[in-house]
Design a protein around this ligand. Structure first.
Ligand code: FPP
Ligand code: K
Ligand code: ZN
Length: 505
């Protein structure tokens, strides 16, 4: 391991050096006013070739796709293009190694500051100051983000078990589900987060906190005639509900039976999963992405919910093709990755943000599994190919990892991960940036999926991706995670087998 020699830290990164390659933000603006062709500003002539101080004798030349201004530019100036330019200008110094408050490897990439991120998450699990009041209705989320982030970083979370059990108990309602705080009404998103948090700490005492019978009855009241789920009694119906309900039902082995009092009940005898695939289908938009509800705007967070839900309803190579226009979805997902930033945006004409490393990035392993179909144990995971498509390289792993390690990491002693360099780190971004990093560092392979119909339980293998270029140090590989439930794979198995061996309530 290389010694970590820290260059004295400055609270604000140094302003980008004027010698930096490519036009500056104001050069773009001046060219615009003068009616010049800015593509000429970005032409990569030898005179213009990027020379970074970080490119010493041991440096591999930096990939200009991720370290320089884009070679082609749309000349139409809008509010969106202006903030996009600002974002590129904000990220480039970090990507090109011009802001070097920490050392970089020979690929111009800083180390994952593992110990500081662990410390940051542990702090977020402690007593929080008053400014956190805005998270008062999201306490289960905070628990999940921190515990999942710690697991991804390989930290032990067993010391949180006892307190988590007490906290979970205090937020559960007799009418089923968990609220966002003590005395709050049950909410599907909070219930999802609390159940995942309990699964992460694991153990019978944690599992047994969950009142499964009441949870099942509550889910029956949320199930809608259109196949979807309300987020809460009297709340909105959206695709988050479809995913959260599917996770809870299968993780906790709840019955699929629908109680006669359910708004979705008819004499045809529908169950909790009836019409759910069709509901997801109706959320796919003309762009190919997925919206919260039918006829909404496609957003990465909802693509994630859609694919997660369908992957639970059946094996992805069957359910994705049954319910979605997969080529159009792939086209939309691909458009989420930007250059030079390397990270993803959540929707068309919006900005890169670290959290989409998860919401968009974690769609890819399931897309890969759906394209490759089930594979045999004999497969070389790093070479899995289906016809002439390399299903494991549908996006740039390098670009995403560069964004995460260069831009989304708080490189001060605060630690944690963030949306972009101008934003502060928080537990939400730390969890989801690390989850996206995990997806870029691993390959997911669909193993057996028993049976032909829906509701087949799929098995996956998540293995280290070792294709080149590997721009990060091997010690900076984070843990693999379950590609559907997003808790450590072993923890997912433990809770599922516990409740599978426990029929009834
Ligand atoms: C836009 O925010 C964000 C959304 C429309 C959806 C957010 C939903 C989630 C992150 C999680 C859903 C999943 C579950 C499992 C509950 P914005 O306008 O601030 O950001 P943008 O400019 O990047 O779109
Ligand atoms: K955002
Ligand atoms: Zn974000």
């Amino acid at each position: 391991a290389r010694a970590r020699q820290r260059i004295p830290h400055k609270e604000k990164p140094a302003a980008p050096k004027s010698s930096r390659p490519g036009p500056t933000k104001s050069q773009y603006a001046q060219a615009e006013l003068a009616g010049q062709d800015f593509n000429s500003l970005t032409a990569r002539s030898p005179a213009h070739s990027p020379v970074h101080e970080s490119q010493g004798p041991n440096m591999i030349p930096l990939n200009p796709l991720f370290t320089d201004y884009p070679p082609i530019r749309d000349r139409l100036a809008t509010a969106s293009s202006t903030v996009q330019d600002d974002t590129v200008a904000e990220c480039l110094p970090f990507l090109a190694g011009d802001v070097r408050t920490v050392p970089c490897n020979e690929h111009g990439v800083p180390r994952l500051d593992r110990q500081r991120h662990i410390k940051f998450l542990r702090k977020n699990l402690g007593k929080l100051p008053g400014r956190f009041v805005s998270l008062d209705a999201s306490r289960p989320w905070l628990l999940y983000w921190c515990l999942n982030g710690l697991s991804l970083l390989g930290a032990d979370v067993s010391d949180y078990r006892v307190d988590l059990i007490e906290t979970a108990r205090s937020m559960q309602n007799d009418t089923g589900g968990f609220g966002g705080g003590i005395g709050h009404d049950s909410h599907l998103a909070c219930t999802y987060a609390m159940v995942l948090a309990l699964a992460i700490v694991g153990g019978e005492d944690a599992y047994e906190v969950i009142d499964r019978r009441a949870l099942w009855r509550w889910l029956c009241t949320l199930k809608q005639p259109d196949g979807g789920f309300r987020m809460a009694v009297g709340g909105e119906v959206d695709i988050r509900g479809a995913y959260c309900a599917a996770v809870l039902i299968t993780l906790l082995n709840l019955p699929l039976d629908l109680l006669p009092g359910s708004p979705a009940w008819t004499e045809d005898g529908p169950n909790l999963f009836t019409g759910l695939g069709g509901y997801v289908r109706r959320c796919q938009t003309f762009e190919g992405g997925i919206s919260a509800q039918p006829n909404g705007e496609a957003h990465g967070a909802y693509a994630f919910c859609a694919l997660g839900c369908l992957a639970i309803l059946g094996a992805p190579h069957r359910t994705f093709t049954s319910f979605l226009d997969v080529p159009r979805l792939i086209s939309w997902l691909s458009s989420r990755q930007y250059a030079p930033e390397g990270g993803y945006s959540g929707r068309t004409n919006k900005l890169v943000d670290g959290c989409y490393s998860h919401w968009v990035g974690c769609c890819w392993p399931l897309i890969e599994a759906s394209l490759a179909g089930p594979s045999s144990l004999m497969f070389d995971v790093n070479k899995t190919k289906n016809s002439n498509i390399d299903v494991h390289n549908l996006y740039s792993r390098e670009g995403l990892i560069r964004y995460i390690l260069c831009c989304a990491q708080d490189q001060s002693k605060r630690g944690g991960m963030r949306d972009k360099p101008s934003k502060s780190s928080d537990a939400y971004h730390t969890c989801y940036v690390l989850s996206g990093l995990s997806s870029a560092q691993h390959v997911t392979r669909l193993l057996a999926s028993d049976g032909e119909g829906l509701m087949t339980h799929s098995k996956y293998d998540v293995l280290p991706y070792t294709g080149s270029p590997q721009i990060y140090d091997e010690e900076d590989r984070v843990s693999a995670t379950d590609p559907v439930y997003f808790i450590p794979e072993g923890k997912r198995k433990d809770i599922m087998s516990y409740f599978l061996s426990k029929p009834g309530f």
